[in-house]
Design a protein around this ligand. Structure first.
Ligand code: AMP
Length: 344
C-alpha cells in the first residue's frame, strides 16, 4: 500500500511517498518559497502540480495539520465536517491551518476518492491536565475564548517517544522522558507514562525555549511597555517577538553552526541564555515527572550540536541521567498514524 504524506508550511511543501507497512521511502520532495515574490510557484496547488504526482497509484494521503484545538485528540479521516472544524480553528493558527487546508483541497480536487487523514501537531498534547494547560488569567478567557496552552511539535514528540521507548527497551505506556525538539523552532515536553504531561509551547509556538528568532518566555508586561511607552503597534510587536528575537535578536544570526564558531561576547551570551532556558525546563520537568528514564535531544540543534548537548548536560544533577540523541521523523510518525486510522 502506498501512502503519501503532505506537510504544507506557510511557504513550503514537503511530500513523501511511503510503501507501507515497512515505511520504505519511495519519493521525497521539498518545494520552497511558495507564494513569495519572484517565486515560480504561486500557491500549494501549483506546488503539488510541479511534482507531477500520479495519484492513481496512491492509496491514502496523510496531512500534517498544525492546529486541532480541543476538538481533535488524535488523527482522523478527513470529511467535510473535519475540514469545517480545521477552518474554524484558523484564528488560532492564521499562517498554518489555511496552508494545511489548501493541501487537503488540492488532493480532493485531483483524486476525490483517496482517503485523506489529518494528523495534528496539537493532538499529542491533549492529554495535558487543566493545571498544565490553563493560564492563571480570568478563567472566562479559557471558557469563552479558548485561551489555553495547546502545545505544538506533537508529531515530533510522539515520534521521539516511540523511538526512545524502543531504545530503552520499555513499553511506551511505561516510558517517562523529557524530549527536547531543538530546531529553529524549539520545544520541550515532559512525557509521563507515554503521555504528554507538560510542554513549553503554549497558546502559540512563541512560548518557552529560546528559538532561532522567537523569544520564548518573557514577562508579558514587556509587551504593554512596548505598546504604551515605546509606541510600538501590535503588528510590530508580533514581528519583534517572532522574527527578530531569540538567537537572532541576541547575536544577529540564528544558525547555531556559525554561532558555535564565533568567539565574541554576543555569541557567547546567546548560547548561555539558550542553554540556561533549556536547563530550567529540564529542572521543572524532572520535578513533575519524578522518574526520568532519559532526556532526548532532537531537531537540527539537538541532533547535530554536541556542544549544546554537552553544555546542557554539564550539571551535577543531570550528569546521572541518561541522554539520548534521536533523529526526529515527523513524516514517519504521520504515515504510521495514517495506517492506524485506516485500520479502524
Ligand atoms: P531545524 O529547524 O530542525 O532544521 O534546525 C535548524 C537549526 O539546527 C539551526 O539553528 C542550525 O544551525 C542547527 N544545525 C543544523 N546542523 C547543525 C550542526 N551540524 N551543528 C550545529 N547546529 C546545527
Amino acid at each position: 500500500m502506498k501512502i503519501a504524506v503532505i506537510n504544507c508550511g506557510s511557504s513550503s511543501l514537503k511530500f513523501k511517498l511511503f510503501e507501507m507497512p515497512g515505511a520504505k521511502v519511495l519519493r521525497s520532495e521539498l518545494v520552497e518559497h511558495i507564494g513569495e515574490p519572484n517565486s515560480s510557484v504561486a500557491n500549494h496547488f501549483e506546488a503539488i502540480e510541479s511534482l507531477h504526482v500520479n495519484f492513481s497509484e496512491i492509496d491514502a494521503v496523510g496531512h500534517r495539520v498544525v492546529h486541532g484545538g480541543e476538538k481533535f485528540r488524535g488523527s482522523v479521516l478527513i470529511d467535510d465536517a473535519v475540514v469545517q472544524t480545521i477552518r474554524k480553528l484558523i484564528p488560532l493558527a492564521p499562517l498554518h491551518n489555511p496552508a494545511n487546508l489548501e493541501g487537503i483541497e488540492v488532493v480532493r480536487q485531483k483524486a476525490s476518492n483517496i482517503p485523506q487523514i489529518a494528523v495534528f501537531d496539537t493532538a499529542f498534547h491533549t492529554t495535558l491536565k487543566k493545571e498544565a494547560f490553563v493560564y492563571a488569567l480570568s478563567y472566562a478567557l479559557y471558557e469563552k475564548h479558548d485561551i489555553r496552552r495547546y502545545g505544538f511539535h506533537g508529531t515530533s514528540h510522539a515520534c521521539l517517544l516511540h523511538k526512545a521507548a524502543a531504545l530503552l527497551g520499555k513499553k511506551v505506556q511505561e516510558t517517562n522522558i523529557i524530549t527536547l525538539h531543538l530546531g529553529n523552532g524549539a520545544s520541550a515536553c515532559a512525557i509521563k507514562k507515554g503521555k504528554s504531561c507538560d510542554t513549553s509551547m503554549g497558546f502559540t509556538p512563541l512560548e518557552g525555549l529560546v528559538m532561532g528568532s522567537r523569544c520564548g518566555d518573557i514577562d508579558p508586561a514587556i509587551v504593554l511597555y512596548l505598546q504604551k511607552s515605546l509606541h510600538v503597534n501590535a503588528e510590530e510587536i508580533d514581528e519583534m517577538l517572532n522574527k527578530k528575537s531569540g538567537l537572532l535578536g541576541l547575536c544577529g544570526e540564528n544558525d547555531v553552526r556559525n554561532i558555535e564558531k564565533r568567539t565574541d561576547e554576543a555569541a557567547k551570551m546567546a548560547m548561555d541564555i539558550m542553554v540556561r532556558r533549556i536547563q530550567k525546563y529540564i529542572g521543572a520537568y524532572m520535578v513533575l515527572l519524578e522518574d526520568v528514564d532519559a532526556i532526548v535531544f532532537s531537531g537540527g540543534i539537538g541532533e547535530n550540536s554536541s556542544y549544546v548537548r554537552e553544555r546542557v548536560m554539564n550539571n551535577k544533577i543531570l550528569k546521572n541521567i541518561k541522554s539520548l540523541v534521536i533523529k526526529t521523523d515527523e513524516e514517519l510518525q504521520i504515515v504510521n498514524e495514517c495506517l492506524e486510522v485506516l485500520k479502524k
